[in-house]
Design a protein around this ligand. Sequence first.
Ligand SMILES: [Fe+2]
Length: 169
Amino acid sequence: MSTAQVLKARVRAETPHTGIDTVDAKQLADGLARSLAETYVLYVKTQGCHWNVVGPLFYGLHKLTEEQYQGLAKAADEIAERIRALGHPAPASFSEFLQLSDVKEMSGRHSAQDMLTTLIADHETVARTFRDLVGLAEKGNDVVTADLLTDRIHAHEEAAWMLRSIASV
Ligand SMILES: [Fe+2]
């Protein structure tokens, strides 16, 4: 292959021979694309709360959202790379993320209480998206994706609990 051809290489669907059916891999990649989109939108939203929170809840919410957005950024990378390992391209633009995600953007000014209410609902939304996909991963013998999803459900349930605990002060 010439250098020109190498430089023109583009990502395309591949078929890894690791024991996962091709149709299952495509369905899992599609489900993970939605999971990635929701993780990314929630990452941006959480960072916005970290930056803009004011009032008596500032310190606790500023610190907690920092931990949470860092976790979401790491998770987005892991989910995207799992899509690639399944042989499919990962969505990587805000327009795709917003189209795929049930978690919606948050702009403008908000009270700390509004931020908490919104983030709690969003973590619950993402946990449901991941949970819906676990059955498909198990059915397709994709234990790696099932493990990743299980870890993420745990993280989102924990995040919602911690935010709820601040909200009920
Ligand atoms: Fe910061």
